[in-house]
Design a protein around this ligand. Structure first.
Ligand SMILES: Cc1ncc(COP(=O)(O)O)c(C=O)c1O
Length: 391
C-alpha cells in the first residue's frame, strides 16, 4: 500500500536529541493548520465536522480540536467516555456490535447512536425506549453499506464482498428506518474527493425515497481533506448540493486528516550487524509501535532519508518476531548504535495502536509547537503500565 503523506513540515528542523527514545512528537502548529483547513471546509459547505477518536485521541489537545470542530465520533463506550470527559461538542457513536450492558451509558453520553443493522435497533428497542424515558436525548442512526467498492486494498474497504460493516443497501426497506433519524456510511480510506462523489451517485437513487424522513447523513471518514492536493473546492460544492438536494444536515468524521503529518516517531539504533546486508536493531518495533507497517503493509517515510546511493540498512525492532521489520533505509547520518532517526506521519493510528508485546516499552508522548518551539513531555510510560495490563 502506498502512503500519500510524509511531508516533514517543521520536523525538518527538529533536533531529535531533545526527546527520549522512543517517542512520539506531535506538532501543535501542524494540528492547528489541519484543523483550520477542516473548519474552513465545514464553514463553506455548511456541514458539521467531527474528529474520529479512533485515529487520534491524544486528549491533551482536545481543547484545540474543540475550538475548531463540532465534536468527535467514537467507536464504543470507552471512546465515548473519553469524549465526554475531555472533548467538547457533539458525540456520535457507531459500533458494529453493541453490548446490552454498555448501551445505556452510550445513550447518555452520545448525541447520535449509530447501529450496524436494523436487527440490532429492533433488539435494543426496549433499552432505547427506557433511555428516552430517563430523559436522555439522542438520535438513532443506521450505518448502511453502499455496496460500492472504491478502495485498492480489500482489508481497508468496508464495501469489499461479505463485509460485516453496514447494512447492505440492497436490503434496505422503509420499515428499517422506523425511529431512525440519520443514515451513516463509511467507505473510504485515505481517498480523494472523486470516490466519495461516485459512491453518492450510486447511492442517491436508492436513498432518495427516504430523504423526507431523514434528518442527517453522515459520510464517515477516509477523506484526505488536509492533504495539500485534495480537491477541497469540489468537496465543498458537492456538500452544499447534497444538503440542498436532501434537506439533511451533513456530517463528515475524518480521523487521519486531523493529524495528517502532525507527528513523528523518534527512535535509536541499538545494534548493527551484517547478514547479507547491514541489519540494525532499533528501539522502535514495527509490531509494537507501528503495526500498520506489517498489517497494511506500508513503508513509513523517514525524516531526512538519504537517496545518494549508499547501501541501505534493514531496520527492525527488538521483539522476537522475525517479521518485526520496518524496512530498508539509508539514515541521514551514520547507522551506528546511538544514532537517532524518525519516521514521518505517525500521529494517527500508530499512537492509538501501540502494544507492549515482548515487554517492549511504549514510546513517550511529547507535544512540540513548531511556531513557538515549546516542547513538553506529556506522558512517559512505566513498567507499571505494562505490568498492570496483564494481571
Ligand atoms: C466509522 C468510521 N468513521 C470514521 C473513521 C475515520 O477514518 P479516517 O481516519 O480514515 O479518516 C473510520 C475509520 O476506520 C470509521 O470506521
Amino acid at each position: 500500500m502506498e502512503t500519500r503523506a510524509g511531508d516533514p513540515g517543521a520536523f525538518a528542523r527538529f533536533d531529535l536529541n531533545r526527546v527520549d527514545s522512543p517517542a512520539f512528537v506531535v506538532d501543535a502548529a501542524r494540528l492547528r493548520h489541519n484543523l483550520g483547513v477542516l473548519a474552513d471546509v465545514r464553514d463553506r459547505a455548511g456541514i458539521k465536522l467531527l474528529a474520529a477518536l479512533k485515529a487520534f485521541s491524544m486528549w491533551r489537545v482536545a481543547p484545540l480540536i474543540g475550538r475548531h470542530l463540532d465534536g468527535v465520533c467514537t467507536s464504543g463506550l470507552w471512546e465515548a467516555r473519553l469524549a465526554s470527559e475531555h472533548y467538547s461538542g457533539e458525540i456520535a457513536t457507531y459500533c458494529a456490535g453493541y453490548k446490552a450492558e454498555d448501551l445505556p451509558e452510550i445513550c447518555r453520553l452520545s448525541d447520535h447512536v449509530i447501529f450496524n443493522s436494523p436487527g440490532q435497533i429492533a433488539r435494543f428497542g426496549d433499552c432505547l425506549a427506557a433511555a428516552r424515558v430517563r430523559g436522555e436525548r439522542f438520535d438513532v442512526g443506521l450505518r448502511i453499506n453502499p455496496q460500492f467498492a472504491t478502495g485498492e486494498v480489500p482489508r481497508y474497504d468496508p464495501c469489499a464482498p461479505h463485509s460485516r460493516l453496514g447494512f447492505p443497501i440492497d436490503q434496505l426497506r422503509a420499515e428499517h428506518l422506523d425511529g431512525v433519524s440519520g443514515v451513516h456510511f463509511h467507505t473510504l480510506c485515505e481517498q480523494d474527493f472523486t470516490p466519495l462523489q461516485q459512491t453518492w451517485n450510486a447511492l442517491r437513487p436508492l436513498l432518495a425515497p427516504h430523504f423526507g424522513r431523514l434528518q442527517w447523513l453522515n459520510f464517515g471518514g477516509g477523506h484526505h481533506i488536509t492533504r495539500a492536493d485534495y480537491q477541497r473546492d469540489e468537496l465543498v460544492a458537492f456538500l452544499q448540493q447534497v444538503r440542498a438536494d436532501t434537506g439533511c444536515d451533513i456530517y463528515l468524521e475524518p480521523g487521519e486528516a486531523v493529524a495528517l503529518d502532525a507527528g513523528i516517531l523518534v527512535g535509536s539504533v541499538l545494534d548493527v550487524q551484517h547478514n547479507g546486508m547491514p541489519v540494525a536493531i532499533t528501539d522502535i518495533s514495527a509490531t509494537c509501535h507501528m503495526p500498520d507497517v506489517i498489517e497494511a503493509p506500508y513503508r513509513p517515510a523517514m525524516l531526512g532519508e538519504r537517496t545518494d546511493g549508499d547501501d541501505p540498512v534493514r531496520l527492525g525492532g527488538p521483539s522476537c518476531l522475525a517479521g518485526d521489520v520496518i524496512g530498508d533505509y539509508v539514515l541521514p547520518g551514520a547507522c551506528e548504535p546511538g544514532a537517532r532517526f524518525a519516521f514521518l506521519d505517525q500521529a494517527h493510528y500508530s499512537m492509538v495502536k501501540t502494544t507492549t508485546f515482548n515487554g517492549v516499552p511504549l514510546p513517550s508522548i511529547w507535544l512540540w509547537d513548531s511556531e513557538t518551539d515549546t516542547l513538553e513531555r506529556v506522558r512517559r510510560f512505566s513498567y507499571e503500565d505494562f505490568r498492570d495490563r496483564l494481571s
